[in-house]
Write a protein that binds this ligand. Sequence first.
Ligand code: ASP
Length: 425
Amino acid sequence: MSGKHSNLILALIVGGLVLAIGIVAVCTSMYGSDPANFGPTYERIIGVGDFFGQFFLRALRMIIVPLVLASIIVGISSLGDVRKIGGIGFRTLAFYMVTTSLAVGLGLLLVTTVQPGVGAEAALAAGANQAERAAQLADREEVTIGDVALSFLSPNIFAAFAEGDMLPIIVFSLFFGGILTTLGERGKPVLRFFEGLNEAMMKIIVLIMWLAPLGICGLVVAKFGAASMEPGGLKEMVSSVGKFSAVVIGGIAFHSIVTLPVLLWVLTKRNPFRYFLDLIPALLTAWSTSSSGATIPMTMECVVDRAGVDARAAGFVIPLGATVNMDGTAFYEAVAVIFIAQALGYPLGATEMILIFLTATFSSIGVAAIPQASLVMIMVILSQVGIPAENIAIILSVDWFLDRFRTVANVWGDSIGAAFVGKHV
Ligand code: ASP
């Protein structure tokens, strides 16, 4: 997406949010002074908001399966023949896996300790149909470790595509993409097909983002409006979304200021502060574009020209990392899903936590490196643990803002990976 367009969309999203807050404020005061008369009108306004919100969410969900399939196949194939990836490839993948799991582990720890969603159940769930929720809770079956292991595979991959069952799709795409790289000339046309599919999906996401201002405005009116009809509900909701944002920003700061720099120092003996100064232009670009993909040229330039990392290592690690290595995104997915579960009063057991840990770690590979792409994957994980995906509405009012922080962590993680791999080539 060109910078001009993404800035316009951002301005429209912020405008939509301001409009939504204005609508809720005006309606709440009219409802407060005359609930009996204004009630039905307020409900109709909330219904209209909900319609626009659902329209936007459906558009996002529509593209999940082809997007993840194509993006993982293309990401893995950029490793070249997987039988020959050798030291650089293994080091890169090991670094990606370790840092991403550390980020997700931190997320689980923080969100279960701080519990930002607990205490606002009534307000946050106000828009949801209570009877439906009770039925969903009753229907949920106990998930065992064996189920988690089996959930990586599907007896029928086409059924998994049709049902949007993501773990088998991710596993299948990883293997399929890897095998394609070993087929030489015969694999190339298939890879080219998926490259084209991937590019088309990215373009479609950009188009869907034009719906975001109206969609987010609608969802905020629907969720905050419904909460404001409960006594004290609006206050509870704002404070819990605020706590969620604090957990996200605090956790990302810890991962970026402590975990990653310590790894940089231990693995490369580079001075993390000096490295950070070299990377500032890339990190600012990441913060302002919310896209690690759009930041790639800047990241390359900072890592190679300013920080002096080996250009071959950077040429491999940075573009691949922008596609598959997203510490901030994986962290955010885990925190967002558990926050939503807390807010709705859905109990999550140890096995569900393991499932969230694995899905967040692996699914971040399939998140596109563009603004707010995590939303798609959060909906996937919500369904995986038995929570209706439309509950993502709870976090939409702040997602565009938190996206900036997770994108910075994504780019910073890739840059540190490049320094680590660059030391060994
Ligand atoms: N905006 C993120 C990136 O480009 C992806 C996401 O988490 O939405 O890195």
